[in-house]
Design a protein around this ligand. Sequence first.
Ligand code: GLY
Length: 319
Amino acid sequence: MPSIIVASGNGASALPAGIRILARGGSALDAVEACAKIIEADPSDTSVGRGGKPNVLGVVELDASIMDGTTHRTGAVAALAGFLHPISVARAVMDRTPHVFLVGEGASRFAREIGATRTQNLTPSTRKLWVERLRKAGETPSSVRRRAKLLPVVRKTVKEERGTVNFLAVDRHGDVASAVTTSGWAYKYPGRVGDSPIIGAGNYSDSRYGAAACTGYGELAIRSVTAKTAVDRLASGMPIDVAARAAIEDANALEDAAFNIVVLSADGAHASATNRQGRRYVWMTATMSEPATALRAWVPQARRGSRSSRATVRAGSLR
Ligand code: GLY
C-alpha cells in the first residue's frame, strides 16, 4: 500500500515530517498528529495553535480532533486555552480516557493532568491584530472585558476568517487516519466551537473507504455532517472528485460562506473542492522529495434563491 498524506494548503511545510514517519513504517495516526503539531507550533499561521487569532476577549481558544479509521477511536478537545498542542491533548483523550471529547475548563484540567506543554498562544502580532479589530468595532481590550453583552461586539468583530489545518493519511498497512486543529473563527464569541473537533463534521476516517476533512465555515460542516457524508459517498461507490464537489454543493445550498474539503480514498486517490476560486491543497507520498500542490476544484455558489440554488438543495439531499 503506498503511503500518502493529504492536507489543506497551509499544511505543506509539515508533510515531509509526516512522510518520514510513514516511510519508516509508522502509523497514519502518528503521522497526522506529528504534522498537526508542526503547524500548531508555527506562529506565522494565524489560524492554528500558537499565533492563532483569539476570541473577542483576546483568548486563543483551540479546537482539535483526531481519528483512527481502523478502530474508529477518536479524541477531541474544544475551547482549550493555554496549551501548545491541542492535537496531542485530543490524542490523549482518545488513548488515555474512557471519553472522546473534552471541552473548556475540563479540557484544560486534563491537559494539566497529563503534563501537556503550556504556552501563551496570543503572540504580540496577533494581540496587535485583535486590538485593531476591536478599535474598528469601537472597543478596547478593557472596554470589551467590562461588557455585559458581547454579542453586539461580536457581530462587528467577526468576518470571513476561519482558517484551519487538516491532515489525512494512509499508511503502508492500509490504516487511514485524520487530524484537524484550529483556533477557530477569529474574534468569535467565547466558547464558540466549530466543526474541527466534531467527528463526522470536521473530519472522519474509515480505513475501508477513506477519509475527509473540512476547512472554512465550520457551522456548515456541522449542519451537513460533511466529512462523514463524504466518506459515506466513497463507500457508496461515488468517484472521489464527485464526492468532494458534492460536499461543496451541500454547503452552497445552505449559505454563501467559504468552505473547502479534502478527500482521500483508502487506495490513496485524493480530491479537493472549494467554493472560493484559487484555493489549493497539498499532498506527499513516500516517493516524493517535496509536497505537491494543486488547485481545489471550484464549485461556485449559485445565486441565493435562484432556480439552480434550489435545485442544488434537492439534488444534494438525494446523494
Ligand atoms: N473550520 C474551522 C472553524 O469553523 O472553526
